[in-house]
Write a new protein. Sequence first.
Length: 156
Amino acid sequence: MNHSLFNTKYLMTILPHRYPFLLIDKVTEFVPHELIVSVKNVTYNEWCFQGHFYENPIYPGVLLIESIAQSSIILFQESYKKNKIATSHNWVLVGIKSRFMSPVMPGDQVFFECRPIKMLSNGSIFLEAKALVNEKVVAKATLTVGQGKQGNEQDV
């Protein structure tokens, strides 16, 4: 049985995402600057299954990547709580290299293990991640996530 270290209500204080794009249900493991393990319970009621694919529902790979990105934001913000940058809600997925091995279906519980390669205090995160169902890797990714510009900031 997995206990919840951070539940959905707490995650909503960290992430700007809300239904239908809050894609993490809970965090079960967290080691500042080193590791986060988050969970997504995939149900047949997910909005994406209406068209992907109705007769044979498969959870979209892009949503697995978004779940990993959300996990990385949680990792950063919880690791750098005292840093002003960490309180920003303006995040950008800068780069992705991903590989999908098996489909994720309704009823699956997906665990996202994210380990930073490098975390910079300016809000840039380089990480490796994998998505697992029943301890089997269903997807792998290397991501770069960064802080977006606030409001009316412009390049000089």
